[in-house]
Design a protein around this ligand. Structure first.
Ligand code: SF4
Length: 86
């Protein structure tokens, strides 16, 4: 607490270690009209037995259930740039 004027100084939040994840907007008409591969479950690098990525990425934001939940809330999905389909 500042002793000079009796006010409590604002505490600044610490700097982010890394930027927040970018999410892409997908128009609802496109989402409904096309079969867009957007989830780990669509990807060649996905190990379904362990729900992990064989490239070592964190799958939490790219799993189908989480992506659909994000899309229903915001119309946006965090698409993995390394998603690969056969
Ligand atoms: S490369 Fe991306 S989309 Fe594919 S399994 Fe790994 S995290 Fe998921």
């Amino acid at each position: 607490m500042s002793k000079a004027n009796g006010k409590i100084p604002l505490k600044q939040s610490s700097a982010r270690i890394r930027p927040s994840m970018k999410k892409d907007v997908i128009q609802a008409r496109d989402f409904n009209a096309y079969k867009i591969p957007f989830a780990c479950e669509d990807c060649s690098h996905f190990a379904s037995e362990t729900t992990t990525c064989t490239l070592g990425f964190n799958t939490a934001n790219h799993l189908r259930a989480n992506s659909l939940h994000s899309y229903e809330l915001s119309g946006k999905i965090a698409q993995c740039r390394f998603l690969e389909i056969d």
